[in-house]
Design a protein around this ligand. Sequence first.
Ligand code: SF4
Length: 279
Amino acid sequence: MRTIEAEVLIHVVKRLCIQANRNLPEDVRVRIHECREQETWPVARDILDKLVENFELASSRAMPICQDTGMACVFIETGNEVFIKGDLNAAVNEGVRQGYGEGFLRASVVSDPLRRINTGDNTPAMVYVDFVHGDKLAITVAPKGFGSENMSRIKMLRPSDELAGVIDFVLTAINEAGPNPCPPLVVGVGIGGTFDKAALIAKKALLRPLGSRNSDPYYADLEALLLEKINALGIGPQGFGGRTTALAVAVETLPTHIAGLPCAININCHVTRHATEVL
Ligand code: SF4
């Protein structure tokens, strides 16, 4: 059994909060460049150029990519041979507190959803823990902006809605979202499980490297089809038209009940931020 002091996580989470907010992952950068080359609508090309300029400036000047520095979603995968000594949640939240403070990142979290007092340090984080095999611990910080989170949707479809119902639900959600989630988007789709698990796998789908495909060819084809149909909607970068409404679609699935077909869509903007360290 390998022991990891929870205190170590404070420094890791702090680093990742700052890194994720300043540096767009390489796969997202590459995909934006690719889409820029494929765009035929001049306004869309111009906007994609501005997005590139923005994330390059953020990186070179050590500034956040967007004013909405997001709610800190922290995904932890801990091996079954790892013993975490100390308070994991407290360490993660201290890391977020220090990262958002030292990185001059906007505090965007209220302590209560209705009384709405800003906590002042972007805590608490949303923490997700998965147990895996091995003696490693992986931490991913994915700051989630709410312009796109607010456009996310979940629906308990009927089994008889079948594939067509899923496709219709996704396209309707993206169409209704329009320019609000700051396209071009990354779209995570969770199908199956329960109400809550469908939403969780949709969120985790946003962590997949852009350009990767579901390992099941049936769902890989669905990802390609959804991406094509979403880009045919013509919303375009920032809603000014064009073929680049989404950079990628990632579908994740779970077994589900005979009476149900849960479907969740977690939308992310072009600032699909995440940073990972493995201990
Ligand atoms: S949706 Fe994304 S790009 Fe738009 S304000 Fe929020 S974090 Fe920024």
